[in-house]
Design a protein around this ligand. Structure first.
Ligand code: DLL
Length: 425
């Protein structure tokens, strides 16, 4: 018997009208809820000159003040929690580049909401009960490991909880337990692929990869898919929204990420004016959590850049809005020699060169305020620095300096890969 491709068919295929009505009702509720249960929210709404009764539906969203990562950091550990600490059952945390933590506490209801979002993602990737799923992010403060786990438990999948690292052991477990789906951080897939290529082994049972947590170019995705012989899904979420999978994933049409709009209201705003951009235009994703209990973010500025792909129903039958894969973060944009670019553009150009490996570094050299960029990349024999430089010049409009390295020469990291480094002269 083939299972339904949906986990919650009715909710995933609501008509636009039904969806808007549900979102409006939930928005009114959540705004009243945070106002009544947390003094910080109350104060911020009061300062913005609004009160919960002003919100009649999603068209009034713009009346609510925007929320920044700093606010979450300033309220470490539980200053923005809307529930009694006794009702909390779990927490996750991200430290980001500044090291000041952002904490997300969970009630039992929040864990169930997370598991439902994740279950939708698994179903969308065609993963079925008793399929073997290998979870490669760490089981710890990072939400990745536990998020994949909660969803998998909810669907009765067979979990191989390898956690991070130990690539050789990951491969032997995947082979011995016939892993069907591999989940984790994008750059870890490249580590597994590298190891397989070095030994000539294959993982014939592996059919699906669910990867996210990092911005990745299409060409990187193609390399991973063809190398591992899998279909890769781009899964999206963040600590502030409740973790991996909460915001959505692409379906096998791979035409944008389906946002779980009954749980999260999204806006795409111009980062400068903070006004909505037209559909199709790039902007900052701003998220309101409609169904979380412990810490529902309201108009949270994610700093992630994306655009609306379509509001029309997808060929998979789901009706929620689709957004483009994340192309950059506001704080990621590099400016060198008067040219603005995102690291993913360098990756896209590098990965389009046959024989270039998915391991690279972008080094921003600062010589008394004058910036230059150096790109180091691993390549197979026969690929020269000149070939790399030519492609980068074409893509970026200027020639970065750089060196080519043999496979395995650049350092590897566990977890999210650091691609950009800064050096002072
Ligand atoms: O990275 C959640 C996650 C874990 C997603 C495992 C997918 C797989 P944080 O550590 O809080 O949570 O980082 C969130 O990572 O704002 C994006 O900038 C980036 N990010 C997450 N998913 C994607 C994705 C997890 N699919 C931050 N594509 C977000 C691009 C992503 N960037």
């Amino acid at each position: 018997m083939t299972l339904s491709p949906y986990y919650e068919p009715e909710l995933e295929t609501l008509s636009q009208r039904q969806l808007k009505a549900l979102q409006s009702e939930r928005l009114q509720h959540i705004v009243r809820y945070v106002y009544d249960n947390n003094a910080q929210y109350r104060q911020r709404f009061d300062s913005a000159g609004m009160e919960p009764n002003d919100i009649h539906g999603i068209d009034d969203l713009g009346l609510l003040p925007l929320m920044s990562k700093e606010q979450l950091r300033d309220n470490y550990p539980l200053g923005l929690s809307c529930v009694d600490k006794k009702t909390l059952v779990e927490m996750h945390m991200s430290s980001g580049s500044t090291g000041v933590p952002v904490v997300m506490p969970y009630t039992r209801g929040d864990l169930e909401q997370w598991a439902s979002c994740m279950s939708r993602c698994y179903r969308m990737a065609g993963v079925e009960p008793s399929d073997v799923i290998q979870i490669t992010p760490s089981f710890g403060l990072f939400n990745g490991g536990f998020g994949f786990y909660h969803g998998a438990q909810n669907l009765d999948l067979f979990v191989v909880p390898t956690g991070a690292g130990h690539t050789r052991r990951q491969i032997s477990l995947a082979r011995d337990f016939k892993t069907h789906a591999l989940t984790g951080v994008v750059s870890y897939a490249t580590r597994i692929l590298e190891q397989l290529e070095a030994t000539g082994e294959t993982l014939p049972d592996l059919k699906v990869c669910m990867f996210g947590a990092e911005i990745f170019s299409n060409s990187m995705k193609e390399k991973v898919c063809s190398g591992l012989g899998v279909e890769a899904f781009d899964i999206y979420g963040m600590t502030e929204t409740g973790g991996v999978g909460t915001l959505g994933m692409d379906c096998s049409a791979h035409d944008g990420l389906h946002v779980w709009e009954d749980h999260y209201l999204i806006e795409i705003l111009d980062p400068k004016t903070q006004q909505p951009v037209a559909d199709g235009e790039m902007g900052e994703l701003v998220v309101t959590a409609l169904t979380r209990e412990a810490l529902p973010v309201i108009r949270f500025r994610t700093a992630d850049l994306t655009r609306i792909v379509s509001r029309q129903p997808c060929q998979c039958g789901r009706t929620h809005v689709r957004i483009a894969p994340i192309t950059g973060r506001l704080d990621d944009m590099l400016i060198v020699k008067g040219v603005n670019f995102f690291p993913v553009q360098v990756e896209q150009a590098l990965m389009s060169i046959p024989g270039v490996r998915p391991h690279y570094q972008i080094i921003i050299e600062d010589d008394h305020g004058v910036k230059d960029v150096r790109v180091n990349v691993e390549v197979d024999e026969g690929v020269t620095g000149f070939m790399v430089e030519r492609v980068l010049k074409e893509a970026l409009g200027f020639s970065p300096k750089g060196d080519v390295f043999k496979p395995g020469e650049l350092p590897r990291q566990e977890g999210k890969a650091q691609r950009v480094f800064y050096s002072q002269k």
